[in-house]
Write a protein that binds this ligand. Structure first.
Ligand code: NDP
Length: 341
């Protein structure tokens, strides 16, 4: 079985040489253990932070060890009566083709001792959607828009990184709730994609020299909600366009993750005072207790055809580092995934 290890810590933008492919022996599962073959693994922007040796809300990856991340897989051998061969399971043991684990029983997992694998009720959806639209990124969109920004009637919504896993769900939730939505993304293909999912106005930020002017054109009456995925000049444009009592859900700032020197200094922050703007950062895992409510909304929207998803899929564990690097080059539309096995 093969896995991807952290070979060295990146300085600035990660490169292929920061990763190494290793082959490990995978014995038959021991007593009480389950063997899982991963079907799909996720690559996510937050993993960039884990490549640095700094304390954050998730501990850093260790050099010489396999990386970790969301994955869905299939049980291929089981010495645990709670798991049958063929069960679809979710884990944080991505970046490897297969693994053995002793699964903590559900009772322990709910007591806060994280189970290494959990059986997935797929609600009839393809399993990999639980890494995207029906999983962590989809829930991030839902939490940020509905709970953090507290979307309310009449709000005009602006979302950056709009063509990505989180952003494309933000666009669609805001649309199905009847809002005007302005999305920003890089390149003509992403503009076309965003129009196809109902985005009212799309800004190709790579084609705009002055983002503040571009947003003022796209939202002449201003914005009430900003869903921040990108940071930098996008934040300044949103502050300039905000109407009084706007709410900003600060989800991520990917434009800053590979920064080596000083980070972008926001120039228009003073607008938050006069316009009484609420800026609130959030981490989706702090809201995981809302998972049933999210899944109920999401499965309803998907089954009624109100919400669609897009994936960019690379194949093979050897291509996982390349898939991760695509996130920082904007080479994914919708959820970036790696198909294994
Ligand atoms: P995406 O699918 O959106 O992929 C990343 C996208 O970011 C790229 O496709 C690219 O799109 C854009 N991008 C990359 N570099 C830059 C740059 N320098 N300037 C502007 N845009 C850039 O990823 P996710 O949907 O998984 O994540 C989106 C954001 O949400 C990230 O900031 C992530 O950290 C955050 N996040 C936060 C969570 C939380 O709990 N707070 C949970 C999950 C995600 P383009 O071609 O348009 O440039």
């Amino acid at each position: 079985s093969r896995e991807i290890r952290l070979k060295s810590r990146p300085v600035g933008t990660p490169v292929a040489d920061n990763f190494e492919l290793a082959t490990v022996d995978l014995p038959a599962p021991g007593p009480g253990e389950v063997q899982v073959r991963n079907l799909y693994m996720s690559v996510d922007p937050y993993m960039r932070g884990r490549m640095n040796d700094v304390k954050s809300y998730v501990p850093p990856f260790q050099i010489g060890e396999a990386l970790q991340g969301g994955a869905v897989g299939e049980v291929v051998a089981s010495n645990d009566p709670n798991f049958q061969v063929g069960d679809i399971v979710q884990s944080m043991l991505g970046w490897r083709e297969a693994f053995n684990t002793s699964a903590a029983p559900l009772a322990q997992a709910t007591a806060g001792q994280a189970a290494t694998i959990t059986k997935l009720n797929t609600y009839g959806l393809p399993p990999q959607t639980f890494l995207g639209v029906a999983g962590m990124p989809g829930m991030t969109a839902w939490v940020g828009l509905l709970k953090i920004a507290a979307l309310k009637e009449g709000d005009i919504v602006f979302v950056s990184g709009a063509a990505g896993a989180v952003g494309s769900v933000v666009v669609q939730i805001a649309k199905l709730k009847g809002h005007k939505v302005i999305g920003s993304a890089g390149g003509a293909d992403k503009v076309a994609f965003l129009k196809s999912i109902g985005c009212d106005e799309v800004i190709d930020y790579k084609a705009e020299a002055d983002l503040t002017a571009a947003l003022a054109r796209a939202a002449p009456t201003g914005i009430d909600v900003y869903f921040e995925n990108v940071g930098g000049a996008h934040m300044d444009a949103a502050l300039a366009a905000a109407r009084p009592f706007a709410r900003f859900a600060l989800c991520g700032m990917i434009s800053q993750y590979n920064s080596t020197g000083e980070m972008y200094g926001v120039k228009n922050l003073i607008a938050a005072v006069g316009k009484s703007i609420r800026l609130e950062g959030f981490i989706v895992s702090n809201s995981f207790h809302l998972l049933p409510e999210f899944l109920q909304d999401m499965s309803g929207w998907i089954s009624s055809g109100k919400l669609q998803w897009k994936e960019t899929v690379d194949e093979g564990i050897e291509n996982a580092p390349g898939a991760f690097l695509k996130l920082f080059k904007g080479e994914n539309t919708g959820k970036m995934l790696v198909k294994l096995s």
